[in-house]
Each structure stands twice: as structure tokens, then as C-alpha cells.
Design a protein around this ligand. Structure first.
Ligand SMILES: Cc1cc2nc3c(=O)[nH]c(=O)nc-3n(C[C@H](O)[C@H](O)[C@H](O)COP(=O)(O)O)c2cc1C
Ligand code: SF4
Ligand code: SF4
Length: 309
């Protein structure tokens, strides 16, 4: 049984029991500890992850007690009303903001909590992300208490060699421990945006077309595969949060919405998918033969989180 169906069953069961104890029962707000007693979910974490970094951070921050839900699955929830003591969003930084799927999920859902937090995983620079995400969540009725970031392997293949990235010590574990302790203490903190951040942000977008809020999107047709190397295993289709790959005559074909998350490229066991660079990007990837998935996260977990078909 997948996580979403398991959750649905748990919520249906607990909403019946909740009638007696909670004045206004809200689906997604309670968890049944033992027969007859209902407790509010303590920490509810929504994550999006293409290569496992943000899922790993969610699991580390969540510990034993948290309920951790995939945004790529929850985006289909027809009754997206969530309540918990603490609600958090953990996601990769895309072009100094939250991925489009994260923004769409937040915009279409309602949340109720005493404490809200956001954690962006990133590879090189978050620049203005904290202020952009704070303004975005406010616009959607969330008064966010805490926004911070954790530096990890940078998965943006056009610029970053995944071998070099994996060899670099980015103090990731220390950052995760710090963020977890601060969230556990319910600190009120929004990571400051420095002058240098502003300069880097302005320099990056100088002359580049961009959507003011959402990261640059591409169509999946722009991501091509090498027909000789593709073995038709279907992993690209299973990890794509938009279900945009099909296997036709034992070869993969991309056609559909694209988050530019690179889950298909990174998780292909044959390195058979390559990227056509966006305007103003290097013509060649930094290292065509190096691919990455967070070493603590299994392929099956990425599939479970993102699979649409
Ligand atoms: C399309 C795309 C855009 C990215 N943009 C940024 C960025 O602006 N700044 C940054 O530091 N890292 C950037 N990254 C790197 C990711 O944010 C980082 O590697 C993240 O930890 C990946 O998380 P995941 O494994 O959960 O998908 C980008 C990655 C991708 C695929
Ligand atoms: S994951 Fe790679 S090898 Fe497998 S079907 Fe997709 S492109 Fe082909
Ligand atoms: S086609 Fe590839 S890059 Fe685009 S959304 Fe799907 S998995 Fe991500």
C-alpha cells in the first residue's frame, strides 16, 4: 500500500474517532495513538525532492514523531486542508526560489498550525530565497516563523560536476543538526539576505529572462536521451513528478510538463539522458558521466515520493 493510501485510511479512521474529542474535526489533523484516544499531529513536513537531499533533511528534522508527506503526491489531494502543531516545507532551491510544484501546492492548500517553518536545501547560493519565500507564504495566509537553509551537493548538472560536489565538505550534517535544534526550540528566525546575496542575485538575472516568482521552467522535450544507451527500464518515468516520460518501443520518450528537477537525468542507471542547455548556459554539462542521488536515500524512496503513473 502506498503512503498516500495508508494516510487516507488512517485519516478516515481518526476523523470518526475525533468527533467525540475534537470540536471541529479537520481531515489531516489527527493521529490515532491507541484505541479511543486521538492526538493532533505534532510535526507535519511536506517535501519535494528529485535526488533525495530534501527528503533526507525532512527525515532528519522529522525524527520519529513527524508525519512526512510528498508534495508530488499531496498536490492531487482533493481536500487539501492540513492541521498540525507544527507544519514545515522542505524543498530544493531552484533559481533562488522554491520549485514551481511547491509553490502550486502551497497556493492550492490551507494550513493551520501554531508554528510554521521552511527549509531550503541548496548547493551554492540561496540569495533572496528567504525573503521571496516569506512573502509568498504570507500571500497564501501563512505567517511563517522560521526559514533557513542547508548546503548540500548542487544537483544543477549544467554548472556542477557531481564528482567534485560529492567530494566537497559543505558541513551539511552540522547545518541539519543546527536547523533541527532551532526548529525544536520553535525559534523565530528568517535567514537574512545580505548585500552580497542581492548583488549575486542581480548579477545572475542580468540579461536573463525570468518569471518574477517561479523558477525558470523548461519543457521536457528539451531533455533528450541517447537512444543507444536507453534500455527502456522506465526509471525516468517512475521518478518524474509530472509523469512526463513514456516507454515507446522499449525506449523512453519525454513529452509533457517539466519541473526541470533533473530527477530523470540523475536517476537514469545508464546515464542515457542528457540536457539541452537553457539560453546563456554552458553548451556542455560540467561532467556528462557523473550523476548523483543522496547516499542515504534509496531509489525506491524517490519513486514512492514522485511516481505519477
Ligand atoms: C533546476 C535547478 C535549479 C537549482 N538552482 C539552485 C540555486 O539557485 N541555488 C543553489 O544553491 N542550488 C540550486 N540548485 C541545487 C539544488 O537546490 C540542491 O542540489 C538541492 O539540494 C537538491 O535537492 P533534492 O536532492 O532534494 O532534489 C538547483 C538545482 C536544480 C535541479
Ligand atoms: S531511466 Fe534511462 S535507461 Fe531507463 S528508460 Fe529512462 S532513459 Fe532509458
Ligand atoms: S521530465 Fe525530468 S526534469 Fe522534467 S519534471 Fe520530469 S523528472 Fe523532472
Amino acid at each position: 500500500m502506498d503512503r498516500r493510501n495508508a494516510l487516507k485510511i488512517m485519516l478516515t479512521a481518526c476523523s470518526t474517532a475525533a468527533m467525540a474529542t475534537v470540536p471541529v474535526p479537520v481531515l489531516s489533523s489527527c493521529t490515532q495513538k491507541k484505541e479511543g484516544t486521538v492526538e493532533k499531529i505534532k510535526r507535519l513536513i511536506f517535501f519535494f525532492s528529485a535526488t533525495g537531499n530534501s527528503l533526507y533533511v525532512s527525515k532528519q528534522i522529522g525524527g520519529e514523531d513527524a508525519t512526512i508527506l510528498s508534495i508530488a503526491q499531496e498536490i492531487h489531494n482533493e481536500n487539501p486542508v492540513y492541521e498540525a502543531e507544527e507544519i514545515g516545507f522542505v524543498f530544493p532551491t531552484y533559481c533562488f526560489t522554491a520549485p514551481a510544484i511547491v509553490q502550486d501546492f502551497i497556493a492550492r492548500s490551507s494550513f493551520k498550525a501554531d508554528y510554521f517553518f521552511g527549509v531550503a536545501t541548496f548547493g551554492a547560493h540561496t540569495t533572496r530565497l528567504p525573503e521571496i519565500f516569506q512573502a509568498f507564504t504570507k500571500e497564501h495566509g501563512i505567517d511563517i516563523n522560521y526559514i533557513s537553509s542547508v548546503q548540500m551537493v548542487d544537483t544543477y548538472l549544467p554548472f556542477f560536476d557531481q564528482e567534485v560536489e560529492q567530494a566537497a565538505d559543505k558541513h551539511t550534517e552540522e547545518m541539519i543538526a543546527k536547523v533541527k535544534a532551532e526548529i525544536n526550540a520553535r525559534e523565530n528566525y528568517i535567514q537574512p539576505v545580505t548585500e552580497e546575496d542581492n548583488r549575486f542575485y542581480d548579477m545572475y538575472f542580468h540579461g536573463r529572462p525570468r518569471d518574477k516568482v517561479k523558477p525558470a521552467l523548461t519543457r521536457s522535450e528539451k531533455i533528450v536521451y541517447s537512444t543507444e544507451d536507453c534500455i527502456g527500464c522506465g526509471i525516468c518515468a517512475s521518478v518524474c513528478p509530472h509523469g512526463s516520460w513514456k516507454i515507446v518501443d522499449k525506449k523512453s520518450v519525454a513529452n509533457g510538463e517539466c519541473e526541470n528537477c533533473l530527477a530523470c537525468v540523475q536517476n537514469c542507471p545508464r546515464k542515457a539522458i542528457s540536457i539541452i542547455p537553457a539560453p546563456m548556459e554552458p553548451k556542455e554539462e560540467a561532467n556528462r558521466n557523473a550523476r548523483y542521488r543522496n547516499p542515504n536515500i534509496k531509489l525506491a524512496e524517490i519513486i514512492k515520493a514522485n511516481q505519477q503513473i
